[in-house]
Design a protein around this ligand. Structure first.
Ligand SMILES: Cc1cc2nc3c(=O)[nH]c(=O)nc-3n(C[C@H](O)[C@H](O)[C@H](O)COP(=O)(O)O)c2cc1C
Length: 173
């Protein structure tokens, strides 16, 4: 699959088979994630790879009962280390760049998953304090996304997008 096919094939997957995801595959996803750009190349992303069902259940509780994440053989919690911005970008870094940097890493990870035949879903609806507690996060490590990873039970279905003419402006808004 070339890049454009990978982009076209990515869809949120919320149902997974029990087929395992290897350590090598997880490493490939994480290597893709850390190739993302980041403000000042500060690379705030931190990843927690979760395979233990007990921890997955804690994440379900944090994620407002989104049970499907327990089906995924691997769940990756993507966090940002806010302390990296302390000396450079203390304001925009903590408020904005941490989100942009980690979002870029997440998208890389999700596209790499498609290239490996895996499915993912970006989960952002969760209680941050509860997720932080579940993952034993130190202060200053902010959980930003929970990404279940596994083999889809059925092929991804493309969800509609607004047409370009509705979202693109030229020269000024
Ligand atoms: C920031 C963000 C938060 C999201 N949170 C959730 C979530 O908590 N649960 C979920 O099932 N999907 C979540 N999604 C997935 C979106 O629902 C999905 O991307 C959107 O409906 C478009 O569908 P597609 O990914 O299949 O193209 C989230 C996506 C983003 C980017």
């Amino acid at each position: 699959m070339d890049l454009f096919e990978v982009i076209q094939h990515r869809s949120s997957i919320r149902s997974f088979t029990s087929e395992p995801v290897s350590e090598q595959e997880v490493t490939t996803l994480l290597e893709a994630a850390i190739k993302a750009p980041s403000a000042g190349n500060l690379q705030p992303w931190r990843f927690i790879v979760v395979r233990d069902p007990a921890f997955k259940h804690k994440l379900v509780d944090a994620a407002l009962g989104q049970q499907f994440l327990t089906e995924a053989p691997v769940v990756i919690v993507v966090c940002a280390d806010l302390s990296v911005y302390r000396t450079r970008y203390p304001e925009r870094g903590v408020e904005l760049y941490c989100i942009q940097d980690t979002a870029a890493a997440i998208e890389n990870l999700m596209l790499a998953a498609v290239a490996l035949g895996l499915g993912t879903c970006w989960m952002g609806a969760f209680d941050e304090d509860q997720a932080a507690q579940a993952m034993n996060l130190p202060k200053g490590i902010r959980p930003l996304a929970i990404i279940p990873v596994g083999h889809p039970t059925s092929p991804a279905t493309a969800r509609p997008r607004k047409p370009l003419q509705d979202v693109v402006h030229y020269e000024s808004y």
